[in-house]
Design a protein around this ligand. Structure first.
Ligand code: PLP
Length: 430
């Protein structure tokens, strides 16, 4: 029954039952973790063939000895492979170390201090600001926080960032320098940006300052869970049409394709941006780990092989997502106690409690031995204005643990909701 139609005595009855279930849960001694979107051991094992794949042949296709220094922007064949993932030609790709987050930090830090043309940080300008579609990826927000960049939250819709809000924010604030984007299977809502969003996004730099950057983190470009997952339009085409290609930087990595701690990260942009970044990089390194790049291109001899590999990930992940979604549907569907996403890819399910209850649910779960991402983490400054968003990451635990964790989660949602309803009812009678 929907909670709005529930008579007060039934609320009290269900509250008592749920208190009992919660007490039993706390006594069960659970120790489960649904916090971070890490691939499971079975997933990383899918790429164990990387070990020894070179068989002593370290030469790249152009004769480069990958064991030696050099090749600041990566191997040609790696650029070609990962360029296909981002929908750009090989010459627009820079292949780096293992972490795309590190490349994002590098770009934002560089843009602040030196910049592509003008630095974001200037004595004659107000503090740099970045638009943060929310809920979003907490580590994007952490980069801003750490570097002293003001974050402007804008709503996240099913079609991607609310572009009306983004355009308004640019008009209303000084020195808006960029926008964070996770365009396919967004973290955490799983949405895929629509073509209209991409077109407006690509045109955004024209409304903003000359140093505005679209920080386009395509972390889940090939991470579909279902065969009917919609494709993402090509942002580069939109940027070329809008003549904003110098304002677009795409990022990606194989962290959730091969090894999360030993994959390959890459970025793509115009030659102007790449030249500036390569110059900046040349003071930090003589070149990236090309041996690892070669291992990856030997393992994925074509983009098709890489896509086949991703289906193996999907078949390991899908049952875990199904377990979460079917349990939520079965236990909470039609009750009005929450809503959740049904992602067709990526690593997360985004859950909305009734307003004001997310922190309580996360605290109840923690006391019962189930760790969830802190409520608020998906918003700039850790502040969810509605205190309602909870990110569920089911990839890492085994299926039994995922099931146990979501069963516990449901009890916590019910308990927080019934306690709240009972409180409201008793306040009304006082
Ligand atoms: N970007 C997004 C949206 C993510 O969700 C994650 C990891 O969860 C990353 C980047 C991290 O990428 P990398 O491992 O390449 O640093």
């Amino acid at each position: 029954m929907h909670i709005d139609q529930m008579p007060a005595d039934q609320v009290i009855e269900l509250l008592e039952k749920t208190e009992q279930s919660y007490r039993a849960l706390c006594q069960a001694g659970l120790s489960l973790d649904l916090t971070r979107g890490k691939p499971s051991a079975e997933q990383t094992q899918l790429s164990d063939a990387l070990d020894g794949i070179l068989g002593g042949d370290y030469m790249a296709s152009d004769g480069t000895d990958t064991r030696n220094y050099g090749g600041l922007d990566g191997l040609l064949e790696a650029k070609a492979l990962f360029g296909q993932m981002l929908g750009v030609p090989a010459q627009e790709v820079l292949v780096g170390g293992n972490s795309s987050l590190a490349l994002m930090y590098l770009v934002v830090d560089f843009a602040q201090r030196s910049g592509f043309g003008r630095p974001w940080l200037r004595s004659d300008a107000s503090a740099p600001k970045i638009l943060c579609p929310s809920p979003g990826y907490d580590r994007h927000f952490a980069i801003c926080d750490y570097l002293g960049i003001e974050m402007i939250p804008i709503p996240m819709l099913e079609t991607g960032p609310d572009m009306d809000a983004a355009e308004r924010a640019i008009a209303e604030h000084d020195n808006v320098c960029g926008i964070w984007c996770v365009p396919r299977f967004s973290n955490p809502t799983g949405c895929i940006y629509s073509d209209e969003t991409l077109a407006r996004l690509a045109a955004l730099p024209k409304r903003a300052s000359s140093h505005f950057l679209i920080l386009y983190d395509n972390a889940y470009a090939v991470h579909a869970l279902t065969s009917d997952a919609p494709a993402l339009g090509n942002i580069r085409d939109y940027a070329l049409a809008a003549e904003t290609e110098d304002h677009l930087i795409q990022f990606g990595s194989t962290s959730k394709i091969t090894f999360a701690g030993a994959g390959i990260a890459f970025l793509a942009s115009s030659s102007t941006v790449l030249t500036a970044l390569k110059h900046h990089l040349s003071f930090q390194t003589i070149g990236p780990d090309k041996v690892n790049q070669l291992r990856h291109v030997r393992m994925f001899d074509s983009f098709g092989t890489l896509q086949d590999h991703m289906q193996k990930h999907a078949s390991l992940l899908q049952p875990k997502f199904d377990a979460v979604i079917s349990t939520l549907q079965h236990s909470l569907g039609g009750t009005g106690m929450g809503s959740w996403t049904h992602p067709k890819g990526g690593y997360f399910i985004s859950f909305e409690t009734l307003p004001g209850l997310a922190q309580r649910v996360v605290a109840l779960a923690a006391d019962a031995g189930v760790k969830l991402t802190p409520a608020g983490a998906t918003f700039p400054y850790g502040k969810d204005p509605n205190d309602s968003n909870i990110r569920i990451a089911p990839s890492f635990p085994n299926i039994n643990d995922v099931q146990a964790a979501v069963d516990a989660f449901v009890i916590c949602v019910k308990l927080a909701t019934f306690r709240n309803l009972a409180n409201q009812a008793s306040n009304r009678t006082v």
